[in-house]
Design a protein around this ligand. Sequence first.
Ligand code: HEM
Length: 441
Amino acid sequence: MAPKEKESDIYNVEKPISTVGIKYINHKLQFLSPNDWLDGRRKDDNLEGLWRIHDRLYDLDSFIKKHPGGPEWLRITKGTDITEAFETHHVKGVAEQLLSRYFVKEATTPRNSPFTFNQNGFYKTLKEKVAKELPNIPKHAVQQSKVFADIIVASYLVLCILATYFESFLLGILAGYFLTLTVNISHNFLHQKDNFRMYYFDLSMMSSREFRISHALSHHLFPNTIHDMEISMFDPALLLLPKKKTQLRKYLSWLSSFLLFPTITMKGYFDTLLTEKKLRINTLIPWISLLCTYFMTSQDLTICLKMFVWIIFWGSLIFGLIGKTAAHHHPEIFHDGDTARPADELDFGVHQLDAVSDRPNITGSLFLVLTNYGDHALHHLFPTLDHGVLDSLYPTFLQTCIDFGVDWKLYSSGELVVGALQQLARDKPNSKPPQPLKKKN
Ligand code: HEM
């Protein structure tokens, strides 16, 4: 293929070509919803209702209700390739032993994912070392995460009541900020087995169930690629991949990024409410704060409702700003469309580190880590581990990075804010692939 044609493919908005080698997904192209994404994956993977892990197909129907991580993970992934999800969500090695009971047949087609899990590769080597270390890590930090989460959610509700009682829009903005902290800290629990703290997330009007799809199953497993819903759900309002953008698009997106989250949050909530056949717990939770303010302040319902909308607006706006500038978007961080590493270097863990940055000003404080998506590289590699244990894993993690020649990126918060704006405006793919791995003898 002539180089000119290749370039135009990368720029093709209608049918994006992935430079890491993910094939075009059978999905709606604009403002993709979590259910659209799953439908597209089911069509592309074509597994007749089975689950795929590496090159084997399994029938997990009878295991759904017994799954120790909760039934929802398997229910929503029926009919798809769950290799990445399976590998990253089970560190202890117990889940692998169960698989043979559900084996149906070998797959006859290659996986639609370029990421590998070779036994001697970076990810599996690190995972094995982490599994050995986990039993020795003190558990008090995990308790601390829970205490922080409960204090934050209680503070949020108190601030909602105060803002409504005094009809103070400034207090409403502060409550909105605490709503963002609530969402951010509940993210730690959303990745774990089903637990009540994951539902703190729903206070924001965003759905923890849908976030498990768009964030845990899509973004986490395929960061910065065309499979990453945290990129495609905003397309065409925010174009985060390096592709053709008009001047208006580039700079308008700086503005629209402010208002996009509140709009998407509220639209998403009502779309789900109207299209889902059953009423889920997620749909009822956001109204808890409204009920608290109504019964605790004796204010008129219209004032309570006005303040409720004001707080949700600020909560989702601040969430969007923190989320989009926390770890992934900077012109020097790999985005699909940039020149990729060679296929034999596309170890799952190596790609994660190509697409993630940490911030030295956040790492080291559990409170900041929990409320600002800190320790992000380690979190991407082992999402079910509580953020409280990640700090103890740094020596092993960094040594393994050195052994394999993997680059752990660090940018300050300021650099990532500027980097995200530059990335929104970037339309030229990087021509240099990420730093090559160390050659093993
Ligand atoms: C979409 C695929 C899957 C996801 C996202 C998933 C997710 C999870 C999560 C979040 C946990 C709790 C981990 C923790 O809190 O430490 C878990 C535990 C577990 N899962 Fe899964 N799971 C998946 C598929 C499977 C399959 C196919 C099996 C076996 C047939 C399995 C067996 C287990 C077992 C035995 C545990 C408890 C032990 C451990 O944590 O390794 N899971 N899973």
